[in-house]
Design a protein around this ligand. Structure first.
Ligand SMILES: [Zn+2]
Length: 359
């Protein structure tokens, strides 16, 4: 090195440092934009082809890439810098809190399982199965064989943090004090209590709301006629209900997350109209019911018959108590052949046992 040319050396040194910084910054930006998998010896471009790595020291080649934000990744020969040794240190004024650290047991649903038996196995409330597995609250039929469930360590709800969520909004949503959420250690919440989208926060003691699907009303299937100001159904049920199947092998009773009864029965058994009424729905249902029949009884009551293997009726059809309307099956979210039977009064799911006497 020529010691006499100090001015030039210093100037050159600065230029090289600036160039290196720009290159590293550009490489970082490119890496971010492409989301590429970086490796030690190269990286993958957007088209999936390997691209050669340019060493940060090789300033002259890559410096031109700095000037533009748009990089053509289809070319296949774009230099990508993977040496991040000169990337600026994180800004100390940007607070970075800890992410939640939660580890959960899981359980794979076996044929014949019910939420009650699984909850009992793990010593949790049945409602807590909903708390760890939002898909269970999307329909009323629940478990499907071979699906993996998250078993929460304490009773509550595992909340998916969405952009805009705050501790206060979550507290309000579930009716659980903010302090209870902070106090749950694995949430790793430290002042100033920042939440991170795409993470999950445990809300101890909370119960997840259950989605309830609403069938079409009578008028949509021509089941009503109009007399004066009121809507009068074409046919009104007796107000009494019979069992929808001959079997009495209850596999699930009514609870918060399952407002129905399940009776296990081999596929192909007759399903009877529990009371006289008009069919308002008779087809596949995407909310887990599988093949579903809904009868509106014209007196505020509706009955649901789910997971059927066959359907005998069409919407708008009048059926009488005891008519065969379909056949038992294992369709939709089901862990074995059974009938899922609901009685709704003015849209609310009642316990069918109150009407049938399940003793
Ligand atoms: Zn059911």
């Amino acid at each position: 090195m020529n010691k006499t040319n100090k001015a030039g050396q210093r100037f050159g040194g600065h230029f090289i440092l600036i160039a290196i910084a720009l290159i590293v910054f550009a490489g970082w930006r490119i890496g971010q934009a492409a989301g590429a998998d970086e490796s030690e010896n190269g990286s993958v471009d957007a088209s999936g082809e390997a691209v050669p790595t340019v060493a940060a020291e090789d300033g002259g080649v890559a410096a031109t890439a700095v000037t533009t934000d748009t990089v053509d990744f289809t070319a296949g020969d774009v230099p990508v810098i993977t040496d991040s040794s000169l990337v600026p240190a994180p800004n100390p004024f940007t607070y970075q809190g800890k992410l939640p650290e939660q580890v959960y047991q899981t359980y794979v649903v076996q044929r014949g399982d019910t939420p009650g038996t699984i909850a009992e196995k793990f010593g949790i409330e049945t409602e807590t199965l909903l708390g760890g597995n939002p898909q269970l609250s999307q329909e009323s039929s629940l478990l499907q064989t071979d699906v993996e469930l998250i078993i929460l360590p304490v009773d509550g709800v595992l909340h998916d943090v969405a952009p805009g969520d705050t501790l206060e909004s979550i507290s309000e949503e579930y009716g659980i004090p903010v302090d209870d959420i902070i106090a749950y250690a694995p949430n790793n919440l430290e002042f100033p209590y920042r939440l991170y989208p795409e993470t999950q926060i445990m809300v101890p003691g909370a119960v997840r709301e259950v989605f309830v699907w609403t069938p079409p009303d009578l008028s949509s299937v021509g089941g009503t006629s109009y007399e004066g100001a009121g809507v009068v159904p074409r046919i009104v049920g007796t107000g009494t209900f019979i069992y929808p199947v001959n079997g009495r092998g209850f596999s699930q009773y009514y609870w918060y997350g399952h407002r129905a009864i399940d009776i296990a029965l081999p596929e192909g058994n007759a399903v009877y109209a529990s009371d006289t009424g008009t069919v308002t729905y008779a087809s596949w249902n995407v909310y887990g019911y599988g093949n579903l029949i809904v009868i509106n009884h014209g007196n505020g009551f509706e009955t649901f018959y789910a997971h059927l293997s066959g359907i005998n009726v069409v919407p708008g059809q009048i059926v009488y108590q005891g008519n065969v309307i379909g056949y038992t099956g294992d369709t939709g979210n089901s862990s074995g052949p059974h009938i899922h039977f609901e009685i709704r009064i003015n849209g609310n799911q009642d316990n069918p046992c109150w009407y049938l006497g399940c003793g």
